[in-house]
Design a protein around this ligand. Structure first.
Ligand code: NCD
Length: 339
């Protein structure tokens, strides 16, 4: 098992943290998607609530701004009947100099079972997961430019519900790949699920070095990059993560890489258009496409609730199994003292 799998799975192979799809096998990713499918059904019922996390406490720790991710995590936890606390970090003690671990220890003292963490630093969620006691689950809601696993998996759910399979699909990911935590996890997930034609489209300045080693092709020309693809995933220009000028101007960017109706005609006629949001109309995507019949952008938000319910319920049940296994292990074997 890779280190990333070790960190994310229990000894019996159940999910206990969800930090990135990297290191998880196809069976696990498919289980996440299957579980999410069942929550899509629940979401279409009149009563949308299930008791799977009743009596459990979920704390949303958002150190970075978010609208969709934060609200859909909150809704997902509520629909699972958990008690939910969403911490406004700007008013918390962190801004008074308390360290991330001190904050976590204080929250842990409140007997929380799960933390959903968004942080501006790459690796923050992995660090927290490696520090917390085994009975706490960590879900990564986006760290720096590193990973955003629930976004990538809700994108996989959107693709599977529209196309039904991954094997022979051509998928183009267009735009600011360099600063995108979403693109990295999408590539890992697509590859693990069997997709072999993954094209990254954008200017060289927004393409990470040596990205070809991830088994993708790179394209500077938008028209040939999206030629004949089944899925076009547009990404936002993440200007907040740009420390210098990566582009001549927004207008020039739109001219070269903006998704217009005319350009979309290069893709297959039944191609779907996706975007993690927030979208910038007239910069990476034209309104006629964003609001058009091929756009799945709002469907993605809805699937995000089901996908997050799936991951939270799976991680919580992995934690419970782990707790039971520990309770059944004589303390002489674990070397730990029991109270
Ligand atoms: C993404 C993010 O925050 O990384 N959006 C999201 O989670 N809905 C992508 C982005 O901000 O452009």
């Amino acid at each position: 098992m890779s280190n990333l799998a070790d960190l994310q799975l229990t000894k019996s192979g159940e999910l206990r943290h969800f930090l990135t799809p990297e290191g998880l096998d196809r069976l696990m990713l498919e289980r996440i998607l299957d579980t999410a499918d069942s929550f899509v059904v629940v979401g279409n019922q009149e009563v949308k609530k299930v008791p799977l996390l009743r009596g459990r406490t979920v704390v949303n720790l958002f150190f970075e701004n978010s609208t969709r991710t934060r609200s859909t995590f909150e809704l997902a936890a509520k629909r699972l009947s958990a008690d939910v606390l969403t911490l406004d970090i700007k008013t918390s003690a962190t801004s008074k100099g308390e360290s991330l671990l001190d904050t976590l220890q204080n929250l842990r003292a409140m007997h929380s079972d799960m933390f959903v963490v968004r942080h501006g630093d790459s690796g923050a969620a992995h660090f927290i997961a490696s520090q917390v006691t085994p009975d706490v689950a960590i879900i990564n809601a986006g760290d720096g430019r590193h990973a955003h696993p629930t976004q990538a998996m809700l994108d996989m759910l959107t693709i599977r519900r529209n196309k039904g399979y991954f094997e022979s699909l051509s998928v183009a990911i267009v735009g600011d790949i360099l600063h995108s935590r979403v693109a990295r996890d999408q590539i890992h997930a697509l590859k693990t699920l069997g997709c072999s034609d993954i094209r990254l489209v954008g200017p060289n300045t927004l393409m990470p070095q040596a990205i070809d080693s991830m088994g993708v092709t790179t394209h500077n020309n938008m028209d040939s990059g999206i030629d004949g693809v089944d899925v076009v995933i547009m990404l936002r220009l993440q200007t907040e993560r740009m420390d210098s000028a990566f582009l001549p101007s927004a207008g020039e960017y739109f001219r070269l890489y903006g998704l217009t109706t005319e350009r979309l005609a290069q893709a297959k006629p039944d191609a779907i258009v996706m975007h993690p949001g927030p979208i910038n109309r007239g910069i990476e995507i034209e309104s006629a496409v964003a609001d058009g019949p091929q756009s799945m952008i709002l469907n993605q938000v809805g699937y995000g609730i089901a996908l997050r319910m799936a991951v939270m319920s799976m991680a919580m049940s992995g934690q419970m199994q782990q707790r039971q296994a520990q309770a059944n292990t004589p303390s002489s074997l674990t070397g730990k003292l029991r109270p």
